[in-house]
Design a protein around this ligand. Structure first.
Ligand code: AMP
Ligand code: MG
Length: 534
């Protein structure tokens, strides 16, 4: 039989509905500008000198029907570095605006993201492929359209970590080093340095944000606003039926519902997005735009990883539910010209607080091993838990894992109980007898509450471990992978991804990935402090 050769990526079938359905910027030249009357600008990625594959997410490749051999091929490297376009690709940058830190910022747009096209896999699913860091677009403003390895590793690893945690998110297919330096001033303080450049290929049904709708509304481009909404409805919300004002309201309610689920998940796992501007919220309810995000280590509702937000802490962990609500109100405002029905918009928005409360309570109950959240008693139990977690620096992730080990009924000494939760404390020596007493009082109340449910400990433990992860992308773990990768060793990126694929399951030999933040990481850039510079 003759040997058959096959182009590794020939199986990718493109069906570019966004560029087909919506008006394009008529200017083909790639220079920075305001783009009006268009939903996007066609633009090609900037080729790079010496691409090198850092990592691939096998599950995402499988979504695209790509085999490991396909991903190891030279074509894969060239295509996802932005050097080669495949037949059927129609690359473009989206036009959107947004509120940044509470202020309307006008046009933003894909300044360093280029959509390559929409693929249809064999299961009939639509996935948009998008390169982040592949060069300037008309929306790059004063920036370069590039991304550095450190921020690309953070995006790549966290997208996949979130997916495996069960948190809705955009995905990441691969991470490629460009072989070209990119100059960045990490804290905007005059210390610019050249860093290795990189490109991540992000994958999602699409990347439409609240800000896409906001920009057209702000400019009075009502036809465009309606065209974008109708297109979004047809491609991603077909179950709502053909577009009409009533369906627009149902759509808003669904976006509100999805956003409520999203934020409840963030709160469950201790994720802090860091820059919840309206251009960074997906209308699909996915986590999008991994920049100066961070993971809560010691429980602190006021913590934000983003130094750009250090003063007002708008995007701190504990405020994320309110900010999502604020952002949804901006989206509703943008729809007002299409549906001038304020009570209708308000009723649609009401899906957010309703869903958030119900989802968050269900998640809290699950985290605490309760069959069901009973507001009459459990609101107080949870309020007291947060107080106890704040008495001494307590690692949130480890604390919930430890709770799963506490027997609900069997007699146990106070010392033994404290020993179970003590590994979560950052400063065990400073935990005073008074704090011991308070923690024990909370544990007693919680155990009494468990007693009402009568769930056998083994079953409860399994249920708790299924919602309380053991492995999260701790800020310092990402930084350790970055430090090694910047020195040319990508193995830690690969290994970290491997561990984070099964975040709820204790993995032999991987204890280091579940360790609480070491002292050196407390004040280190990239571990406790991040910025938007990436
Ligand atoms: P962000 O706060 O990261 O969501 O970015 C806000 C806006 O800045 C978006 O329009 C981004 O596309 C743009 N942006 C961020 N970094 C860069 C960069 N290096 N080059 C061009 N545009 C960028
Ligand atoms: Mg963004």
């Amino acid at each position: 039989m003759p040997a058959t050769t096959r182009c590794a990526l020939a199986g990718l079938q493109f069906d570019n509905t966004f560029t087909q359905a919506l008006p394009a910027d008529p200017i083909a030249e790639n220079y920075r500008r305001e783009v009006t009357g268009a939903a996007y600008s066609r633009v090609t990625p900037t080729p790079v000198a010496a691409p090198r594959l850092v990592a691939v997410a096998a599950e995402v490749a499988a979504l695209l029907d790509l085999t490991p051999a396909d991903c190891a091929s030279p074509e894969f490297l060239q295509v996802f570095a932005g050097n080669v376009l495949l037949p059927g690709m129609d690359p473009f940058a989206m036009c959107y605006g947004g509120h940044q830190f509470g202020h309307w910022a006008g046009q933003l747009g894909d300044g360093r993201a280029i959509n390559l096209g929409e693929t249809l896999n064999q299961a009939g699913e639509r996935w948009t492929l998008q390169l982040k860091g592949a060069g300037a677009t008309p929306y790059s403003r004063s920036a370069d359209g590039l991304a550095v390895l450190r921020s690309s590793i953070r995006e790549f690893l966290c997208s996949e970590a979130m997916h495996h945690l069960g948190v809705p998110t955009t995905r990441a297919l691969c991470l490629i080093g460009t072989g070209e330096p990119v100059v960045r001033d990490m804290f905007y303080d005059g210390h610019a340095r050249a860093e290795p450049g990189a490109v991540v290929c992000r994958v999602a049904p699409h990347f439409t944000r609240f800000g896409n709708f906001q920009l057209f509304a702000a400019r009075g481009e009502n036809e465009l606003l309606q065209a974008l909404l109708d297109h979004t409805l047809r491609t991603d919300f077909p179950h709502l039926g053909p577009p009409s004002p009533a369906v627009y309201l149902e759509w808003l309610a669904e976006v509100a519902t999805r956003t409520a689920h999203l934020i409840a998940h963030w709160m469950r796992v201790g994720f802090v997005h860091g820059v919840m501007n309206t251009d960074n919220l997906s209308v699909l309810g996915l986590t999008i735009d991994y920049g100066p995000y961070g993971w809560l280590e010691n429980y602190d509702p006021d913590w934000t990883p983003n130094t750009t937000d250090a003063q007002h802490k708008r995007y701190r962990y504990g405020q994320q539910p309110q900010i999502a609500w604020w952002n949804l109100v901006q989206l509703a405002n943008a729809l007002h010209t299409l549906v001038p029905d304020v009570p209708g918009l308000e009723a649609a928005l009401a899906a957010y607080p309703r869903t958030f409360e119900a989802t968050n309570q269900a998640m809290l109950a699950a985290k605490l091993g309760l069959v069901q959240f009973d507001p009459a008693q459990d609101s107080e139990l949870v309020g007291n838990l947060y107080r106890v977690l704040s008495l001494t620096e307590t690692d949130m992730t480890l604390f919930y894992r430890a709770l799963a080990e506490v027997p609900s009924q069997a007699a146990i000494s106070p010392e033994a109980l404290l020993q179970i939760v003590a590994p979560a404390w950052y400063q065990p020596a400073s935990v005073t007898p008074a704090i011991h007493t308070e923690i024990l009082a909370w544990l007693a109340a919680w155990r009494a509450r468990l007693g009402q449910d009568q769930t056998p400990d083994e079953a409860r433990r399994a249920r708790m471990q299924a919602v309380n992860p053991l492995y999260v992308l701790r800020n310092y773990l990402a930084q350790e992978a970055i430090d090694l990768a910047e020195a040319g060793d990508y193995s830690r990126v690969v290994e970290t991804l491997e561990v984070l694929r099964r975040p709820y399951e204790e993995q032999p030999g991987r204890a280091a990935y579940a360790a609480k933040r070491p002292e050196w990481a407390r004040q280190r850039a990239g571990c406790s402090m991040l910025s938007c510079s990436s």
